[in-house]
Design a protein around this ligand. Sequence first.
Ligand code: CA
Length: 506
Amino acid sequence: MVKETPLYIQVNEKDNVAIVVNTGGLEPGTVFSCGLQLIDRIPQGHKVALTDIQEDEAIIRYGEVIGYAAAFIQKGSWVEESLVKLPASPNLNELPIANQVPDALPPLEGYTFQGFRNQDGSAGTKNILGITTSVQCVVGVLDFVVRKIKAEILPKYPNVDDVVALNHSYGCGVAINAPEAEIPIRTITNLAKHPNFGGEAMVIGLGCEKLSPIRITPDRNEADILSLQDQQGMMGMVHSIMEMAEERLIRLNRRKRETCPVSDLVIGLQCGGSDAFSGVTANPAVGYAADLLVRAGATVLFSEVTEVRDAIHLLTPRAVNEEVGNALIREMKWYDQYLSRGQVDRSANPSPGNKKGGLANVVEKSLGSIAKSGKSPISGVLAPGEKATEKGLIFAATPASDFVCGTLQLSSGMHLQVFTTGRGTPYGLAMAPVVKVATRNALAEHWDDLIDINAGTIATGERTIEEVGWEIFHFILEVVSGRKKTWTEHWGLHNDLALFNPAPIT
Ligand code: CA
């Protein structure tokens, strides 16, 4: 076997560290083509010192300070996590706002997809019967009935893709009037309005819950609600739900795909199980695809407050105006307070897997994470669970937790989520497809029946960021048109909805 050429990636010319590319890492004594010789064994994705770094000197990656040296670090040695002291977060009261708004990129014409036109003007990318719930109490019955619907009635309506129950843990035993209860309530309400339900979502309630079903019914129509306490026993419940479902399946079955402009799409971005490659392969490629989508008129959501917080000074200058910049800061401040109430700080992120993948701290993770946002101006900000109404690049404030971020982006109307991963996760969503983009070749090979797109080829120089970005863009249009399936759709994998409820449970 030919020995692989030792490679490292230096992102910015100012950087005094770089990451090792080679699968399995590199041994001491390895000499790179530039003459740099390794003193330590360095695992894949971990950092090598490109120069001598004195104690307390800044450690620089992405051209930004990711920390300060806890001790002297010799050139060619492994800059492992304990050598990187966490710097302070950017001060939210001293941020530049809208002072470097990028010029809008040139429009991208001629791209469309095949979608389902809705009466309210939106377009769906799937044709799903959505059954939402006002309280967790009904979930057992609903799951029983959904299995029966899928087995007995759904096959009669071939134009309907699926039946999805919006099960969640909210509805009763909660402080429903607490100010922050608006977040889970807004999320549940907007989930039922998802464009993939074609305005036909129905609501199953119990009858005595705190969250009254009418509050979460898309059109505030009593005819869309069924309360279990009004039904005659289990069989009465089953019969009534099935009857209500079939009426809707008949209407949904009449829907046909038609040509829709890309501007009808809402695409979410997320990362999970990140590693040190995320910020140089998958995230920049997704950022390039995000720019293509924005140029074609779509709405692109990027999220995960804890993973942009330490790079917020690079985002507020890109806000399209003062108002959007201030909204970004408002969401950061809210989250700082939320974390401090729980007596945790940002060092709760990254995860052990992130660290194993070479990420020293949340600053390094954030600098890689924001590469997903591309180069467009930031044209809007959504509080958690708000529905997207504007086009362009939008910051949708969510926690970084994969399932919570996924649920909140769905409530914002997301048709498809692009998910970058370095460590690997089989995460999926029932209401919308998730496209997995691997940061490393080794992961793409290890999980060749779960990863949709391999961005690892960027690290080895086989493909460019632009090439992978275009591949992601084209793949998105195929998937939303129903012509291709993601691996998680193929296998039928999806996670439960996970609400963000910062309010008390009673
Ligand atoms: Ca995440």
